[in-house]
Every structure is written in structure tokens, then in C-alpha cells.
Design a binder for this molecule. Structure first.
Ligand code: NDP
Length: 341
């Protein structure tokens, strides 16, 4: 097993924050991104926590992403919120725009947030969980760069195109699923490569188009497959259309064409839909859907998506972080010893 270092959650936040600050980000941008890293590590979303910091830093250094982004929000109609991300990382854009989305959905019953000119490389559950915390259902999706071969093809065309959905449960944790439409997120494939694990059959093809269980063969020149054959392929296509065509942002292949290849997140958009059950179903919606969840979870070993994270969240102790990763991040921080003491 690779060597790890125990880091408190506060140190994880500080490491991410300082890496951002020492590479040109202002306080607000650094704080928003570091909070995303902290929540990912806290909840056990390790493929989208500190593991992503080196890529974020590369994009600050190359100038592709602005560390002092100042997103602007507009509301062209009562149920449409647009946010121009000023080429910042997604967390600062979400921090600015989601309160407007919540207000619009509470007033109108349904509202859409179209985020453009932003760079997303995180898990999606924080944005839909923020909606569920306000008793709204939420659906979010984002495309990426071509990494997934559509059903019937041997070359990449779709991004890993995650989709997340949250359902509010007043007084309880919401139900939240958040999943790549690829058979496996590329971040997980990269973690498997780093840790020396194989991946399940059906995860991807190697550079010659042959099925493989070697994560390195997929990550280095190969291609991922969609989950569920043609059905997952259709959902990946829907994500491209919602996060690209609908909101006037890049499809995955366009994001690749305009990317500078620095290894950080490409410029693209994010689609977030908020739905108000109080306005649609009326009073009693929460008890009604809780009855549904009780029946569902009463069926054998069924657990609700999101449950693993909520259990992890209760643990306020240190997290065991790959030492080589900490060394890589520390190399871009002026005085890491102040954080890693
Ligand atoms: P997983 O396959 O690990 O999990 C997908 C969902 O299924 C989660 O909500 C998980 O909940 C739930 N789940 C897992 N096992 C069970 C079970 N036995 N019963 C019920 N529910 C279960 O996720 P992926 O690997 O597909 O994606 C990982 C992350 O990568 C996501 O957060 C995604 O947003 C992110 N990503 C981001 C991209 C980007 O460009 N920004 C691109 C691609 C992916 P739980 O968490 O509780 O286990």
C-alpha cells in the first residue's frame, strides 16, 4: 500500500487554500475551491478531493483559469438564472449563483441555472445537496472532454458526463445520487492506477480498442465505455445537450479543441435544475415520499445513495492522504511546514 499521512480536516482545507493563494488566487476563489476539496475529503469522495489539487494548480499557473474570477449573475426570466463564470473554477460560480437559483425555484416552482465560462472538475453532489437542504429537488450535470466511446464506437466522443440528483427529506439526510455516465469516473480509474488495482471488465478499452481491466491502459491512451451500453450512452448524450447545447456552452469535443492541454479542467458549462415539491405536489409531499423511501429501504439490502457519504461525514478525525500527493501539492506552496506540522 502507498504511504499515507494523517491530516486533520482543517489541514486539508488549509493545504488546498494555501495552494490556491500561493498560485495566484484571491481569498474568495481560494476559499470556495478549498471548501470543495475539504467537503470531498470529509465525505470520502477521494477522487475529487486533494487528488485534483495538482490539476487545479496547473490551470492557475498556465493562466487558463482565473484565480480572481468575479462571476456575474443575471435573471433574464423569473425562472432562468444565468451565471457567467469569468473563467473561474466552478465552486466560486456556484457560490454566487445557487442562492439565486434557490430563490427562483421557491418563487416559481421550477428554475434553471445555466453556468457558463467555468471550469468544473469536482463532484456534483454539493450543488444538488445545497438545493435539497432548501427543500428543493435538484438535478445537475456537466460535460468534460472526450473520454468515453458512445455505444457502437471505439473512440472517445462524450465526456465522463456526471449527473447528480437530490431529493429533500426534511429532518433527515436527503437522497443524493451523483454518478459519472461512464462505467467508472476517470478519477477513479486514475486512483486505481495509482494504487495498483485492476478495474472491472466493461470499464474501458485500451489504445487499440481492446477490452482491458488495466487502469493504466485506459487512462494512458485508451477510452472509457458508458455504463449500461446504449442506455448509458443515451444519458451521456443528454448531458452533452443540457450542459452544452441548451445553455450555449461547449460540447466535450469543443472543450477539448479550445483547451490548452495543461491537465486541468476545460472551460465549459453546468446545467442545474431546481424543482419545488411544495408548489408541485402541495402539502404532504415529504410524508408521501418518505413512505416511498421506507418501502424501498425495507427491501433487503437496499441503501439510499448518499448514505455512505453521510456516515463518513460523522467522522471528524484525520483523513489518511497519499504522501506522494501531499509532496506534489506542497512543492507549490511557499511554506507547507506551517500546515503539515
Ligand atoms: P460511484 O459509482 O462511486 O457512485 C455513484 C452513486 O451511486 C453515488 O451517489 C453513490 O452513493 C451511489 N451508490 C454506490 N453504491 C451504492 C449502493 N450499493 N447502493 C446505493 N447507492 C450506491 O460514482 P462515480 O464513480 O460514477 O462518480 C464519482 C464522482 O465523480 C461523482 O461525484 C461525480 O460527480 C464525479 N465526476 C465528476 C466529473 C467532472 O467533470 N466534474 C466527471 C466525472 C465524474 P454514495 O456516495 O453514498 O456511495
Amino acid at each position: 500500500m502507498p504511504e499515507t499521512i494523517a491530516l486533520s480536516l482543517d489541514s486539508i482545507y488549509q493545504l488546498a487554500y494555501q495552494a490556491m493563494r500561493d498560485n495566484g488566487a484571491d481569498h474568495d476563489n481560494a476559499d470556495a475551491l478549498a471548501n470543495t476539496i475539504f467537503t470531498a475529503e470529509r465525505d470520502g469522495s477521494v477522487s475529487h478531493g486533494l487528488f485534483r489539487m495538482p490539476a487545479y494548480i496547473k490551470s492557475l499557473k498556465s493562466g487558463k483559469v482565473k484565480g480572481n474570477a468575479s462571476p456575474t449573475v443575471s435573471t433574464p426570466t423569473a425562472s432562468i438564472v444565468k451565471c457567467h463564470g469569468d473563467n473561474g473554477f466552478a465552486p466560486i460560480v456556484q457560490r454566487m449563483a445557487i442562492p439565486h437559483l434557490i430563490k427562483a425555484a421557491k418563487d416559481q416552482g421550477v428554475a434553471v441555472l445555466a453556468m457558463t465560462h467555468t471550469h468544473h472538475m469536482a463532484a456534483l453532489w454539493p450543488e444538488v445537496e445545497a438545493l435539497a437542504d432548501e427543500n428543493l429537488a435538484g438535478l445537475a450535470c456537466v460535460s468534460y472532454m472526450p473520454m468515453v466511446a458512445p455505444s457502437g464506437a471505439g473512440k472517445a466522443f462524450f465526456g465522463t458526463n456526471p449527473i447528480a440528483f437530490a431529493w429533500p427529506r426534511p429532518g433527515k439526510h436527503p437522497m443524493v445520487f451523483d454518478m459519472a455516465t461512464a462505467s467508472m469516473a476517470m478519477g477513479e480509474v486514475q486512483v486505481a492506477k495509482r494504487e495498483g488495482h485492476s478495474v472491472p471488465e466493461g470499464t474501458g478499452l485500451d489504445a487499440d480498442g481492446n477490452p482491458t481491466t488495466d487502469p493504466a491502459a485506459i487512462a494512458d491512451g485508451g477510452v472509457l465505455l458508458p455504463f449500461g451500453g446504449h442506455k448509458g450512452s443515451a444519458i451521456a448524450m443528454m448531458v452533452e445537450l443540457l450542459a452544452g447545447g441548451l445553455i450555449g456552452e461547449a460540447f466535450s469535443y469543443e472543450a477539448r479543441e479550445r483547451d490548452n492541454g495543461d491537465g486541468g479542467p476545460p472551460q465549459g458549462g453546468q446545467f442545474i435544475l431546481a424543482l419545488n415539491p411544495e408548489k408541485l405536489a402541495g402539502a404532504g409531499w415529504a410524508d408521501h415520499s418518505d413512505g416511498f423511501f421506507e418501502r424501498l429501504t425495507g427491501m433487503g439490502d437496499v441503501r439510499l445513495p448518499g448514505g455512505r457519504r453521510f456516515i463518513n461525514r460523522q467522522d471528524t478525525g484525520p483523513r489518511h492522504i497519499n504522501k506522494a500527493l501531499i509532496d506534489t501539492i506542497s512543492a507549490d506552496i511557499t511554506d507547507p511546514s506551517a500546515i503539515l506540522k
